[in-house]
Design a protein around this ligand. Structure first.
Ligand code: TYD
Length: 205
């Protein structure tokens, strides 16, 4: 299937909410439809993304929240320039595991202004066609995190994730679709596909 333009679909949600599984399922689905797809994730594996991953595994230590925000923004600028914009220009579908709503929620939860973060990001980062906000009860997310990993990062503490979740809940934009991800994964997948088909109906007509 040849698309008239590129599309950007973003999956957001707290750690353990199921985004990554569904990014992969969507990637396979697009490929089955004969649609060229690029699956990406932020933080990336680039220079800034690597610095961020050290922060995640070793803790924030002396890094200030402003510095932390800057690293995520630098990482995103690279991702936008090197990966996202070129793919959209080639009319590909980009499936992105985390984007600027994560920055607004996670760095916003440190006391930075979430709306300012969104405005600053939208000055350089293309707006997604849809942002799917995954929601699973925090207790269940924590259970999943603990059962799949032996190390839990400082970003995955309950009180912090509660703040992140409440900020995610507060964001209001017509591109946002709330996805109850505490369900059978096939059901969630079908909901995503329906939303994507609807988006294509708008964009391709
Ligand atoms: P995550 O999706 O959990 O990566 P992985 O599964 O590969 O470990 O993302 C890593 C963490 O980064 C996660 O706790 C959320 C955090 N994060 C931010 O704080 N701000 C951001 O802008 C982004 C993109 C992620």
């Amino acid at each position: 299937m040849k698309l008239k333009r590129g599309y950007l679909f973003v999956l957001e949600g707290i750690d353990g909410s199921g985004k990554s599984t569904h990014c992969k399922m969507l990637e396979n689905w697009f490929a089955e439809q004969g649609i060229t797809v690029l699956r990406l994730r932020e933080p990336t594996d680039g220079f800034w993304g690597k610095k961020i991953r050290v922060l995640l595994t070793e803790g924030r230590k002396g890094v200030s929240r402003e510095e932390e925000l800057e690293w995520f923004i630098n990482d995103r600028r690279e991702d936008v320039e090197l990966n996202i914009l070129p793919a959209l220009k080639e009319k590909k579908v980009v499936v992105l595991d985390r984007y600027y709503f994560s920055t607004a929620a996670y760095q916003g939860a440190l006391g930075l202004d979430p709306q300012r973060i969104i405005i600053d990001n939208e000055s350089f980062a293309p707006k997604p066609d849809r942002a799917f906000f995954f929601k699973t009860p925090i207790e269940e997310c924590l259970r999943r995190i603990h059962s799949t990993r032996n190390a839990v990062s400082s970003f995955e503490k309950k009180d912090y994730l509660e703040k992140v979740q409440s900020l995610l809940d507060s964001f209001d934009d017509p591109i946002i679709r709330s996805i109850d991800s505490f369900r059978d994964r096939e059901e969630v997948h079908h909901q995503l596909i329906n939303e994507i088909r609807e988006c294509f109906n708008e964009g391709e007509s």
